[in-house]
Design a protein around this ligand. Structure first.
Ligand code: ADP
Ligand code: MG
Length: 336
């Protein structure tokens, strides 16, 4: 597999003002020479091959967007090596743009007032897409989304979901080698999220496009990424196959129970009752289930279940593998 991205010891430092508190502080800031250096990206190395979909993950402020800005040529690295499609992005920013596509979360790259088809025609000119390739691409899009409905609608009249779809279609239109997606499903409802995921997956398959994806949505990661790279405070913590990561946590199961009692109350009680068993208690996002994260190397799920049943009335239960979200939480907590 040919590498389309090669990164070695990549570092980006920002010089930021040391802020002072209060009104006196902000007055002080006006004249201050009191700077500190923030290492937004700190000695990151990795290669990405043609056709890979890589989940680039980390908490807020980890350095994800800064890395993407360097890869797209918007920012110049402070040190280290960065080659994208055989070029140094910030030195050949224009050329670099011809071979990449970018979608930044809620900020659309499209012409607001124009129907989508007019934006497409402009992009066709800008990237000098041959007629045949343009037509082929629209044919492909037509098999994936309700294109007729989108093409004639001004972008500003679109729902967030339609706009995100359009942004993604626009990013792939000139058949770039790499597409960068920074939080593409943020703010979308469940069905639109799955539509977007299908679209990305199909375009990746059809065109062998490399995709670099940042997201906080573990559903995106589970649906799209075979490989994940996790960074925190600018440093790379993990870079491997997602299956490999799950293997590390293979002995973990999530026992989900639905109590008859009020859920928060039951969860608090369970937390106390199971304290000595090294079981993590949490409530699901939909507020329906209590999740018990059990390490089966230490205690069997069945033993946990009988203990829970002896203490509480249970309406329903389910058993699940550890979720990607929980795996990643464990990594942040230093579990690997
Ligand atoms: N232009 C900038 N000037 C100063 N600090 C910045 C700038 N851009 C980002 N940072 C800082 O760099 C760190 C990483 O930011 P960012 O790459 O946006 O993180 P992420 O995308 O992972 O949330 C943060 O501490 C952020 O405050
Ligand atoms: Mg970001």
């Amino acid at each position: 597999m040919e590498n389309v991205i090669e990164i070695k010891g990549l570092t980006k430092e920002f010089k930021v003002l040391n802020r002072h508190e209060g009104i006196k502080g902000s007055f002080k800031d006006l004249f201050s020479r009191d700077y500190k250096i923030v290492k937004a990206v700190d000695d990151i190395s990795m290669n990405v091959g043609q056709g890979e979909i890589v989940g680039y993950l980390g908490p807020n402020g980890a350095g994800k967007s800064t890395t993407i800005k360097m890869m797209t040529g918007v920012l110049e690295p402070s040190s280290g090596e960065l080659i994208v499609n055989g070029r140094v992005p910030y030195k050949e920013r224009k050329k670099n743009c011809e071979d990449i596509g970018v979608v930044f979360g809620q900020r659309s790259q499209l012409w607001w007032a124009l129907p989508l088809v007019e934006s497409f025609k402009l992009l066709k000119d800008i990237y000098q897409i041959p007629d045949k390739d343009y037509k082929d691409m629209l044919d492909i899009y037509g098999t994936m989304v309700d294109l007729d409905m989108l093409l004639h609608k001004p972008v500003r009249q679109m729902s967030l979901g339609q706009r995100t779809l359009s942004d993604i279609l626009a990013a792939f239109l000139h058949n770039p080698k790499i597409v960068f997606l920074d939080e593409p499903t943020i703010g979308l409802d469940v069905s639109m999220k799955s539509k977007i995921r299908e679209l990305i997956l199909e375009l990746n398959k059809k065109k062998n496009t490399t995709v670099i994806l940042t997201t906080h949505d573990m559903g995106d990661v589970d649906a799209l990424c075979r490989r994940i790279v996790i960074i925190d405070k600018g440093k790379k913590l993990y870079d491997n196959d997602i299956q490999h990561l799950r293997g590390f946590f293979g002995s973990y199961r999530t026992l989900k129970i639905r109590p008859k009692e009020e859920i928060k109350l039951a969860a608090d009680e369970l937390e106390k009752e199971l304290k000595d068993l090294d079981i993590k208690v949490s409530i699901s996002d939909d507020n329906e289930w209590i999740n018990l994260l059990v390490n089966e190397d230490k205690i069997k799920v069945l033993d946990v279940l009988s203990k829970v049943q002896s203490l509480h009335d249970i309406r329903d239960m389910q058993l699940e593998e550890i979720s990607t979200e929980e795996v990643i939480k464990k990594i942040y907590e230093g579990g690997i």
